[in-house]
Design a protein around this ligand. Structure first.
Ligand code: ATP
Ligand code: MG
Length: 470
């Protein structure tokens, strides 16, 4: 029986009505993929599976990106060997996933993902371990195994359903992916609404690929997205965190963000941020987010490290500022307390949707709390701020704010001078700063351009240790 876990044979073709009539096979000289472009580890896995008597193909982004002349992010493999059979072949194999069982073949830091051909759920008498669906049509388990043709049908986009074999160097197209690739068109396989309901993350993937590959989402694939966007609320927050890293930190963050907004998907992921959106998308907060994403994309391009904490700090910054002001006005709390309370509220509310791990939220808090600390330039404050492990991030954050927020120029350039100057010169800089009143002691203050200085004079020196900054 299909999906049985021990003593089983490679999966045979069951009689499924969808016999891939459109199956196109391209021989070695009809396509541009060469083994030289495939990672050594992926090749090892493919050869070993073939040698073990199984079919094995490179599939998904690996094939798609090579055909587009891009360097693939990773190499995914599909095979008719079951997870247990794969495990028996590789000592460096880990089986992972419940919703979607996979084998990971581990080569140090490089992991090759091997998936057994997926089949159709309605064909077999499925048990709950193998397949399960929610009332909304969402697939909770997807472990029915099948043939390569069925596997192709179960994939998301036609361009992701191309298979390359190292046995005979053939390229297989079951869903019209080659034509769509030529037209640079993202086409969901099957009925879009059903496929989004099965897995709403496919909506995020549509946007991500469109941005990254500069492809257009076909009208039928795009049509249901706005309506179905709320289904993202049913996705486990931990999975959404992983997805947001791919959306914003993979080098096409700005383009992805723009499309996510257009399709109403961003609003589902970050409702607090979306509450501040303006019709033309040109508020300082929106400019700030765009600027942050431009910088992030540039860093990725330059192969520099990008930090999820910095990303989340920028995305949610306007919410924290606004909520801080609200709390200050409503409750009469001193600014600093209101600001700290706002940090907690905004983060608590966000992590219910996207499970940002604590190690990152701790850094987000530090970056924000340091914005406040950086306004204090007397005594040992600057020196101590510089010793904080998140100083560099907080300083970069201040400079980024300065590009959009008004009234930060003096503070930002002072810090630039302070950071770059010799320690002996620093006291002089401090004396200068204290002679002149600080330009903006409160985040966002300078933005209230009604000409009136709001109750910022309530600022008072704070002796207590900040709750979260250290
Ligand atoms: P990249 O790795 O560049 O982000 P990819 O297309 O390889 O893009 P992966 O997440 O690595 O994406 O997935 C590998 C392949 O698995 C996809 O190309 C697709 O065929 C299939 N796949 C992944 N996620 C889904 C999904 N949610 N629904 C259907 N098929 C999927
Ligand atoms: Mg991939």
């Amino acid at each position: 029986m299909l999906g049985k876990e021990d003593g089983e044979q490679p999966v045979e073709s069951p009689n499924h009505p969808h016999v891939a009539e459109s199956h196109r096979t391209l021989s070695r000289d009809q396509h541009a993929i060469s083994r030289k472009e495939i990672s050594e580890n992926a090749l090892k896995v493919l050869y070993r599976l073939n040698k073990g008597g199984y079919d094995a193909y490179l599939v998904g982004g690996g094939v798609r990106d090579l055909l587009l002349g891009r360097r693939p992010k990773d190499f995914d493999i599909a095979t008719n060997a079951t997870p247990e059979q794969i495990k028996a072949l590789f000592s460096n194999c880990r089986l992972i996933g419940r919703r979607f069982r996979l084998a990971h073949i581990v080569f140090g830091r490089d992991v090759i993902e091997v998936a057994t051909f997926r089949g159709h759920h309605h064909q077999v008498n499925t048990s709950k371990h193998v397949s399960a669906q929610s009332d909304e049509g969402m697939l909770l388990r997807d472990n029915v195994y099948g043939t390569i043709e069925e596997d192709a049908e179960r994939r998301d986009f036609t361009v992701n359903a191309l298979y390359y074999s190292v046995k005979d160097f053939t390229l297989h197209d079951f869903e019209g992916g080659l034509d769509d690739l030529a037209e640079r068109k993202l086409e969901l396989i099957g009925d879009p609404e059903t496929r989004y309901r099965e897995d709403p993350v496919r909506m995020l993937r549509a946007v991500r690929f469109a941005a990254k590959l500069e492809m257009t989402i076909s009208p039928r694939t795009a049509a249901p997205i706005s309506l179905l966007a709320p289904l993202l609320q049913d996705i486990p927050p931990a999975r959404l965190f992983e997805e947001t890293l791919k959306l914003f930190l993979a080098g096409d963050g700005l383009a992805t963000y723009t499309l996510l907004r257009e399709y109403g998907l961003f609003q589902q992921l970050f409702p607090q941020v979306a509450a501040h959106f303006t019709p033309h998308g040109s508020s300082p907060y929106e400019q700030f987010i765009e600027q942050a994403l431009i910088d992030t994309d540039r860093r990725v391009f330059e192969e520099k490290r990008v930090n999820p904490a910095f990303l989340y700090a920028t995305l949610l910054w306007g919410c924290v500022e606004a909520r801080g002001r609200e709390l200050e006005n409503e409750s009469g709390l001193p600014w600093y307390d209101a600001f700290m309370l706002a940090i907690n509220e905004v983060l608590d509310s966000q992590v219910r949707i996207i499970a940002v791990p604590r190690r990152f939220t701790t850094d987000v808090r530090d970056i924000w709390a340091l914005q406040q600390r950086l306004t204090r330039r007397q005594g040992r404050h600057p020196e101590r701020a510089m010793e904080h492990p998140k100083f560099r991030a907080a300083y970069d954050f201040l400079l980024l704010r300065n590009r959009v927020e008004r009234g930060l120029g003096e503070l930002a350039s002072w810090w630039e001078r302070y950071v770059t100057s010799h320690p002996e010169v620093r006291p002089q800089l401090q004396r200068e700063a204290t002679r002149r009143p600080a330009s903006s002691e409160r985040p966002g203050e300078a933005r209230s351009n009604d000409g009136e200085k709001r109750s910022s004079n309530r600022r008072r020196p704070r002796r207590r240790k900040p709750k979260v900054a250290e």
